[in-house]
Write a protein that binds this ligand. Structure first.
Ligand SMILES: [Fe+2]
Length: 236
């Protein structure tokens, strides 16, 4: 756990895990949180099978975000395990949002620290009903979180506002809110703060959602891409 908090993410190759192995590993860190839009895996409801089918224009998870920030208690850690991966393409880019925050001027950091954002599940009109068959597939989740988050474990601040879920900043007019969100997203997506995950079947990645953002690249057409995902709330 210390490694993940320090480095924000870890990657392990060439595992030959079954779903139960992934569940067992994730449970060592905390309580598995079910994805609200899906019933999940038949035997393990906390496991989400992410399948991006070929030829679909819009693919799941392709906009910068950290997972489920529209929930009042979003998951701290995400576990992704690769099953089927296209021969070429389908990488995930992950950004260190603590480094992104630290690159801002101290005056701007102070301004941002006082701001709260509104986080919603359907901001980019993503039709989760198309991907998943869950009881809540048409429900909209909405909550407030700071724009800049203090990770109580790393004790560092990070840019938490994200393009997929942050609709606006409270107490700023629309123009100012949009300008600040756009600027923050530009900083988060800078190459110098990011790492590109090149998936192979059997690759496991675990990341700290409080100090990272990620997006899946949509640069493949003819092959499916399948990952298992588990999100957890850390044990205190
Ligand atoms: Fe995600």
């Amino acid at each position: 756990m210390k490694l993940i908090i320090e480095h924000k993410a870890i990657l392990v190759r060439d595992l030959q895990w079954k779903v139960k192995d992934l569940v067992k590993f994730a449970e060592r860190f905390g309580k598995i949180q079910n994805y609200p839009f899906s019933k999940g895996h038949t035997e393990n409801p906390g496991v989400l099978k992410i399948i991006n089918n070929p030829f679909e224009k819009r693919k799941f998870s392709s906009i910068w975000h950290s997972d489920s920030t529209y929930l009042e208690n979003p998951p701290e850690f995400t576990f992704l395990y690769a099953i089927d991966i296209p021969e070429i393409g389908g990488d995930t880019v992950i950004s260190n949002t603590e480094m992104a925050y630290e690159s801002l001027s101290s005056k701007f950091q102070e301004f941002l620290k006082n701001l709260e954002g509104v986080y919603v599940s359907n901001l980019n009109k993503i039709k989760r009903s198309k991907y998943f068959k869950g009881e809540n597939k048409f429900q909209i989740f909405k909550t407030c979180h700071p724009i800049i988050l203090l990770n109580k474990d790393s004790k560092k601040y990070s840019i938490y506002a994200n393009r997929e879920h942050t609709s606006h900043i409270k107490d700023l007019n629309d123009n100012k809110s949009n300008a600040v969100l756009k600027l923050l997203q530009t900083v988060v997506s800078k190459h110098e703060f990011s790492y590109r995950i090149n998936w192979k079947p059997g690759t496991l990645v675990v990341f700290d959602n409080r100090s990272t953002q990620h997006r899946a690249l949509v640069d493949y057409d003819t092959e499916p891409r399948t990952l298992y995902r588990i999100t957890i709330r850390l044990n205190n």
